[in-house]
Design a protein around this ligand. Structure first.
Ligand code: GAL
Length: 450
């Protein structure tokens, strides 16, 4: 076999991502912990519990695994409720524990990317109305100032908020996440406060640490009209994409907030990203359905022939990664893939998912688009929110009852890629032979298909 290689630029960042509540354990002082105690909220009544026991110190062995796997960066998050357990009361020992964790990452050759808000809120924030209360903006800024002042000598790459679209939609439109609201109006109010909070945090971080890079991790979801010839399908898919995908990044580009109806100028939000963090997982088909006004008259589904993940949560749609990158590149900023991955306990789909998505990333890199790095979600299986422990995304398997780890083949695949800074046909042939033709097409293809 002729060996071909997809090379990535020198200095490309290869890592994995985690989030505090999903791996630390014992985050008893936040709204998710309280939510988990309510019957019916989490699949099979699962709880985060000790999670992956990072707060108990197991981050050390897991970051060893990341470093031994050839990774050179790690994305992690800070738990607000640990740092500020009650209003303006700071737990310096929690901050010291994060300093140790981040120093531990640096010592292992893992450049830290640090997220300041990854879905969870201190109980005291939730009790004061959470993200519906405009006061959350100064509260968030105060917390960000404290964390950045404490960690600035160790961290230069900040994600203020993870997936504001997912946070606001699941918590305030669909109601499956805390606080369980089902109101589009409230969702838009939360979105507005998140835009203001990011803008305030962006300025605060730069004031403290002028040379730092600050952005968000945006969740991009592909929405394709079920029937491309149907104007109604096209309309509902486009409207959904506008709200889910465009709302936040467009506000951070030009300072205009465009909710469903009307628009509002928020000038302080304009030009408040130094980089574009992109989380991409999948593409859905959208069909017009007059019975679903709360979902913008659109029904989302995966087509029958989709390459579905074992729990049916995701379809393997690598072309969607290309769509996501094309979309993100319009904002004219350096791009980091801050999350991408699949839940797959048996590790049968993950190798091809990884190889096929990295091919799309390589295409962008070779168009000289400013893609700086890639973070696979996730290093280890962890607590997947309302889906509990039923969705193992890890390169490493975790048994939460015993805290045992077991390496999946994808951990070795990813290590080969990270070490070589490249994906070779030989590697794909060994780990995902079924995807070889798609990652390295043998026949000539038209540019549109490449
Ligand atoms: C993202 C989220 C992560 C993780 C992942 C997989 O939306 O940021 O925390 O849960 O999905 O479900």
């Amino acid at each position: 076999m002729i060996r071909a290689t997809l090379n990535f630029p020198k200095g490309f960042l290869w890592g994995t991502a985690t989030a505090a509540h999903q791996v630390e354990g014992d985050n008893t002082n936040n709204d998710w912990w309280a939510w988990e105690q309510q019957p019916g909220r989490i699949v099979q009544g699962h709880r985060s519990g000790k999670a992956c026991d990072w707060w108990g110190g197991r981050w050390r062995e897991d970051l060893d695994r990341a470093a031994e796997g050839g990774q050179n960066t790690h994305r992690l998050s800070i738990e607000w409720s640990r740092v500020e357990p009650s209003p303006a009361v700071w737990d310096e020992s929690a901050l010291e524990a994060y300093r140790e964790m981040i120093r531990g990452a640096l010592d292992r050759g893992l450049m830290p990317m640090v997220t300041l808000h990854h879905f969870t809120n201190p109980l005291w924030i939730a009790e004061q109305g959470g993200w519906l209360n405009a006061e959350v903006v100064p509260f968030f800024e105060r917390y960000v100032r404290k964390v950045v002042s404490a960690l600035q000598d160790l961290v230069g790459l900040w994600v203020t908020i993870n997936e504001p679209n997912v946070f606001s939609t699941l918590g305030y439109t669909l109601g499956g996440w805390p606080p369980g609201e089902k109101s589009v109006g409230k969702t838009m109010g939360v979105a507005r406060n998140m835009i203001l909070a990011h803008a305030a945090a962006y300025r605060a971080i730069h004031e403290i640490q002028p040379g730092s890079l600050v952005g968000l991790a945006h969740h991009y979801r592909g929405f394709r009209p079920a029937n491309p010839r149907s104007p109604l399908d096209r309309w509902t898919a486009r409207t959904r994409s506008r709200l889910v995908n465009d709302l936040f990044p467009s506000a951070f580009a030009d300072g205009v907030f465009r909710p469903l109806l009307g628009r509002e100028r928020i000038p302080q939000a304009a030009a408040t990203q130094d980089f574009f963090g992109l989380n991409y997982y999948t593409v859905e088909r959208i069909a017009f359905d007059p019975r679903l006004p709360g979902q913008l008259f659109g029904r989302g589904f995966y087509p029958e022939n989709a390459d579905l993940s074992p729990t049916g949560f995701l379809a393997n749609e690598p072309e969607g990664m290309w769509g996501a990158l094309t979309w993100a590149n319009r904002f004219g900023l350096p791009i980091y893939i801050t999350e991408n991955g699949v839940e797959d306990a048996g590790d049968r789909m993950r190798p091809r998912y990884l190889a096929m998505h990295l091919r799309q990333l390589w295409r962008a890199v070779n168009f000289n688009w400013p893609v700086r790095g890639y973070y696979y979600w996730s290093l280890i299986d962890n607590f997947e929110w309302e889906r509990g422990w039923t969705q193992p995304f890890g390169l490493w398997e975790v048994n939460p009852a015993t805290q045992e780890r077991r390496k999946r083949p994808s951990a070795d695949l990813y290590a080969e890629i990270c070490r070589a800074n490249a994906l070779s046909s030989e590697t794909v042939a060994r780990y995902a032979p079924e995807a070889l033709d798609q990652v390295f097409p043998a026949k000539s293809v038209s540019p549109g298909q490449a």
